[in-house]
Structures are given as structure tokens and as C-alpha cells.
Design a binder for this molecule. Structure first.
Ligand SMILES: Nc1ncnc2c1ncn2[C@@H]1O[C@H](COP(=O)(O)OP(=O)(O)OP(=O)(O)O)[C@@H](O)[C@H]1O
Ligand SMILES: [Mg+2]
Length: 511
């Protein structure tokens, strides 16, 4: 039978070669996984197939016919739907307008037609965006909600037209139940004949949802095999060339003195005030479903919520006096770092260099006698950070928006490693980061803890929290519902607590 998608000899270089003679085939109704380390070229390949980028060489055919991939419009006309890794949405438009952007009537962008709105609603319900209205402005949504809008947009192509659905890290901001829902949709559509190209760093998900998987390494396909024959360790070996070194945490350390005290913190997100204490030498995890208030808690601690009540106190390490944290500048001045979830809008300076992005939090240390930044010193510091976190880039002067998503994330972590923060507020610190780099980041976080820092960390992956944290606090629908010490928790207990404060409808919304 003819392949739905056939790629032969595909090559692309930027400053250095990224794809070198890549071949890939996807059958009708097959879900094909594509994995590889950060910077391996997955998004580049996807961008070429979906018409966003031109290849230097190679052939692509759809249903046996050469396929002119010269523009996104043409690719859409040929039935190639895409959900991008770095979300292709417009913040100032409504949710419905974003979902139906490629189908909007040319003359009126303001979706007057009841039909269009109903179609958007149907797609939003399908992906689980039940609590959001079609008219909500995109900029008011959380990152997870935006990712669901991106998916609804990709699924908006009529099933009869859609030949190939490409999903570039579709679950990177989603919780387990949200990802499960997407996987069910993918399997249903594939059973009806749709072909899917699925890129993810969540290797267990790939093995569960895909029929076959290809591994990209050094610009070429290093392995292509049915998922039933593989384990995630096989994939890691093919991605990096070596088996994964899993860190064994001895967990024998007891946390130090209280470092950050949050007392009776209240905003309109939290129905009851929240109090917690994070100690020096401790990683405190925050678990909860999407929308449970996890990110808002970190933002409020950092002083970003104008309307919050209660107090955030930092204990001075030297004389133990209390410092009130009530604004982001106060937080930064006292060594509190926030790594925000949405790196595109809240983390990176998109048109600036890797160097500027990694040193911006601590420029004071790089100043010379006349208060000017010392370029050689800045460069040296950046090169050390690039090496420490294995950031794949051309060098300190490359613009950060030319880096792959996972490598941008590593630069953000590098920024605060360089600034030597005492308290770390981490919102999904390993989003979009490959398995090996994720372990490297975990190691850095453990080292910070062992050196006496206090870390508060939100993650949608319970496995990540369970691997890293000394204690986990669970939020459910804005309430602090449970707290577990290491050794006391199980995945089931954490999930049960996370669901505990939701009514039936709210559970649907949060899932
Ligand atoms: N526009 C560009 N200009 C220069 N280099 C680029 C550009 N786009 C991508 N690259 C480089 O190509 C390489 C592959 O990037 P790509 O985004 O395809 O990786 P990826 O496999 O999707 O990684 P990730 O898992 O982090 O998303 C990277 O080294 C990146 O820096
Ligand atoms: Mg990518």
C-alpha cells in the first residue's frame, strides 16, 4: 500500500547541518513517533513538512504524489494539520478566532457567524477546554489552556480533508489526565484513517500512543521500529548513544532552618488562605491539576499578584531577621528566582543573544570600573554555563530564538544558576527538555538543595516531583489539601488529593 507520507533524502542546514539525508515513512492510519535530544532537528523536520521552512534537498510525497511544500497555505490545502511546539497563536484574538483562523471568512475576522462559534465550542469541548469561553481573549488563558487551543486549532481541519496531523510536543504543558484525553482523540482519528506524526520527550507516552517510532540523532534517523518491540531505555540509547545514568538519591539529609515563610496568603484564586514553609536544603513540590492554582501560588510568592493579602517572609541567612517580600524587585534583590512556565512570554528576551539571556539577572558582577559590561567576562561566563547544561548553540552571541525549545529552557535555568539564587520558584523547569538534559537539570537542582538553597517546584509530571522532592504539597481547586513527606506518597495518593476539591463539572474542566 502507498505510504501516506514519504520523506526521502531530506537535508537542511543553518549555520551547521541539522538534517542530513533523512528518510521517513508513515502509513495511512498510523501514529508515528519522532524522538531525539534537544536540538536534534525534530521541529526543523516538522516545519519543512508543514510548509513553514524550505529544505535544501530531498523529496516529500503525500499519498504517492510529490507534494509542493512551499507554503503553509499549500500544506493546509493538502491536508497537513500542525500543532506547533512554540504555539502559533495570536494573543489579541479570541479563542474561537484563533482556532478557526485558517478557515475564517476573508471579509470578517470578527466571527459573527453562530456556526463558526459552535464549531469552535465543539472543538474546545473535545480537547477539554470546557471552562473557557469562545470569546475569551487568548492572552487571558494559562499556558496549558493555550496548548489546548493550539490542539483544537490543529484538529479544526475537517476529518475528511485531513491527511496528516503533526503534533510537536503537544503535551509539554499538560497534566496526565489532559494528555490521556489527547491520546484517546489521536487513537480514534488514527482508527478512522488519519496519519499522525507525534513528537515528544515523554517517551512512555510515545511508546503507548504510537505504532512506530523514529529516533533522530546527529541529523539522521538512528532507529525506526515498531513501538511494541521497544522500551524507553532503547529509545534513550538510540537518542544519545549511551544508557541513561539514573541518579540514586540517598534522601538521608534532613532539611535545614526555615527559609521562606508564606503566611495566610490570599488572592481571589485561593478560596482559603495558604500557608507554607520551605526550608534551606529542601525541594518542596507543588502538585495539582491544571488550574488548581500552582502557578498563581509561585507568582504570588514572587510578589506578582497586586491584590494578594498575607505575608511572604524570607529569613536572612546571616542574622535570621525577616525580610518582607512584596514585589518582584524585592524578591530578586533578596536572591529569589522565578523560572516561569511560559518561557516565550515570561522568560526569554527573544531577539537577544544567548549570552544576554543567561547573564541578565546578574549583570552587576560583569561590570568593570566605568560600570560598563565587560564583554570578555560575559562571554566566558556564558561559555561556562553552555558547557554546564550542554546547551546546543553556535555560541554565546547566537540569538536565543534560533535555539530549539529545550535549549531555550536550559538557558533560562542557566540564568539563575549564574545569579546564584537562594530561593528558587520553579514552574515546570524541565518543560520540553530531553530525558538526558532533564536529569542534568535535576542534578543541578539537587546540588542547589545540598548547598542550602530552598526550592519550590511545580510540575505536571508526578514522576518528576516524586523523583526530586523531599516533600510534596497538593493543591486542589485553589485549596491546600494535603502534604506528604518523601516515603509517604504514592502516585494514587497524590492524584486522589489533586482531585478531591472538584465537583463533577470542575473535574471535567481541570482534566
Ligand atoms: N532559524 C534558525 N536559525 C539557525 N539555527 C536554527 C534555526 N532553527 C533551528 N536551528 C538550529 O537547528 C537545530 C535543530 O533545532 P530544532 O528546533 O529542530 O530541534 P528539536 O529537535 O526540535 O529540539 P527540541 O527538542 O529542543 O525542541 C538546533 O541546533 C537549532 O539551534
Ligand atoms: Mg523542537
Amino acid at each position: 500500500m502507498t505510504d501516506r507520507l514519504k520523506i526521502e533524502g531530506l537535508s537542511k542546514r543553518f549555520a551547521a547541518p541539522v538534517l542530513n539525508q533523512v528518510g521517513l515513512q508513515i502509513a495511512r492510519g498510523s501514529v508515528h513517533g519522532l524522538v531525539g535530544e534537544n536540538g536534534a532537528g525534530k521541529s526543523t523536520l516538522i516545519n519543512i513538512v508543514s510548509g513553514l521552512l524550505a529544505a535544501d534537498a530531498g523529496e516529500i510525497s503525500l499519498n504517492g504524489k510529490a507534494y509542493p511544500r512551499s507554503s503553509r497555505r499549500k500544506a493546509l490545502d493538502h491536508g497537513v494539520a500542525l500543532a506547533s511546539q512554540e504555539l502559533s497563536l495570536i494573543e489579541t484574538l479570541s479563542v474561537a478566532e484563533n482556532i478557526l483562523l485558517s478557515d475564517l471568512p476573508g471579509q470578517s475576522l470578527g466571527i459573527a457567524r453562530v456556526q463558526s462559534r459552535a464549531r469552535a465550542r465543539e472543538l474546545m469541548d473535545l480537547v477539554g477546554l470546557v471552562e473557557v469561553s469562545t470569546d475569551d481573549r487568548l492572552s487571558t488563558l494559562t499556558l496549558a489552556q493555550k496548548q489546548l487551543v493550539e490542539l483544537a486549532k490543529a484538529l479544526s481541519m475537517p476529518e475528511a480533508n485531513c491527511q496528516l496531523l503533526i503534533l510537536d510536543e503537544p503535551t509539554s504543558a499538560l497534566t496526565g489526565p489532559q494528555a490521556d484525553r489527547l491520546h484517546e482523540i489521536i487513537r480514534d482519528r488514527a482508527d478512522a484513517g488519519l496519519s499522525v506524526l507525534y513528537v515528544s520527550h515523554r517517551l512512555e507516552d510515545v511508546l503507548q500512543v504510537c505504532d512506530e517510532v523514529s529516533v533522530l540523532r546527529d541529523g539522521a534517523i538512528a532507529l525506526c521500529a515498531p513501538c511494541s518491540a521497544l522500551t524507553s531505555n532503547d529509545l534513550i540509547k538510540a537518542m544519545s548513544g549511551e544508557a541513561l545514568m539514573v541518579h540514586k538519591d540517598d534522601n538521608s539529609k534532613t532539611p535545614g532552618e526555615p527559609c521562606l515563610r508564606v503566611a495566610q496568603l490570599a488572592t481571589d484564586i485561593f478560596p482559603e488562605p495558604i500557608s507554607l514553609c520551605c526550608h534551606r536544603g529542601e525541594i518542596l513540590g507543588i502538585a495539582g491539576l491544571a488550574g488548581s492554582g500552582r502557578s498563581e501560588l509561585l507568582h504570588s510568592i514572587f510578589g506578582l499578584s497586586a491584590e494578594s493579602k498575607g505575608s511572604v517572609l524570607l529569613m536572612d541567612a546571616i542574622d535570621n531577621h525577616e525580610i518582607v517580600i512584596d514585589s518582584p524587585s524585592q524578591a530578586v534583590k533578596n536572591g529569589i528566582a522565578l523560572i516561569a512556565e511560559d518561557r516565550k512570554s515570561q522568560g526569554i528576551f527573544a531577539d537577544k543573544s544567548v549570552s544576554m539571556n543567561s547573564t541578565v539577572a546578574e549583570l552587576g558582577k560583569l561590570r568593570g570600573a566605568l560600570s560598563t559590561i565587560l564583554p570578555r567576562r560575559e562571554r566566558q561566563v556564558t561559555e561556562e554555563l553552555i558547557d554546564r547544561l550542554k546547551v546546543k548553540c553556535e555560541g554565546p552571541l547566537q540569538s536565543i530564538d534560533r535555539l530549539s525549545g529545550g535549549n531555550q529552557q536550559k538557558v533560562l535555568i542557566a540564568r539563575w544558576l549564574q545569579a546564584r539564587a537562594n530561593v528558587w520558584l520553579l514552574d515546570e523547569p524541565t518543560r520540553g527538555v530531553d530525558v538526558t538534559s532533564k536529569l542534568a537539570i535535576h542534578e543541578q537542582l539537587r546540588k542547589l538543595r545540598d548547598d542550602g538553597a530552598a526550592l519550590l517546584m511545580v510540575s505536571s509530571e508526578l514522576e518528576e516531583l516524586m523523583a526530586l522532592c523531599d516533600r510534596i504539597l497538593v493543591l486542589s481547586n485553589g485549596k491546600q489539601v494535603a502534604e506528604f513527606q518523601r516515603g509517604q506518597w504514592s502516585k494514587e495518593m497524590l492524584l486522589e488529593a489533586a482531585f478531591s476539591e472538584y465537583t463533577h463539572r470542575a473535574v471535567r474542566a481541570a482534566c
